[in-house]
Design a protein around this ligand. Sequence first.
Ligand code: HEC
Length: 202
Amino acid sequence: MSRGNGVLLAIVILIALIAIAAGSVLHDGVSSRAKPTALETMMAREIRHMAIPARARSTQNSAAETQESLRDARLHFADHCAICHANDGSGDTPIGRNLYPKPPDLRRDETQKLADGELFWIIENGVRFTGMPAFGGAHGSEQDSWKLVRFIRHLPQLTGEERMEMERYNPKGPEDLEEEQEENNFLRGAPVQQKPEGAHPH
Ligand code: HEC
């Protein structure tokens, strides 16, 4: 890119960012519960696309497409990504629904049309000013990220069985663990433990 073009691009990005910020604050204050307008989403995606180096976007996926690597990625996704993106990639989770911008439905064309290299770059580097964290940097993480790209391609065909397996790998809080323990006790025929009188209702 020549210097002139670089400066022009920087100016265009700056004006777009100011327009987005002004537009969104005027639209809904600073609450993250608001839904970005279609124009804002389109511009933010375009700027993100321009900001990802072309060489990175055209990099080919180096992870083998085997059942084993798909399963690795599925469980990894359940553990690290599903809290925002949901096991099925819809983004329909209490956190996903309330972020600004929201995680998009990864099964849809908007995501599926992005190049493997672009998905990989986003997973490794994250997206500034959004909830999307960078997962790169850890030893061996590049292969994990490439496998995750394969899994994202598989999301539109995710089976019910695969989803059920993922649920076992979703991070669990104390309430989920308690529920799981009660289920196990019930299945083993152990007496159901009564909650102490006056216990907090949730
Ligand atoms: C804390 C919430 C959060 C977590 C955890 C998270 N993401 Fe995201 N992700 C987001 C948000 C928000 C976006 C939207 C970013 C944007 O608008 O540019 C996003 C965007 C993406 C995109 C780009 C999709 C598109 O079409 O724009 C990919 C791919 C992605 N995430 C993959 C992952 C993977 C894989 C993981 C786990 C390793 C993960 N994310 C974990 C919140 C999260």
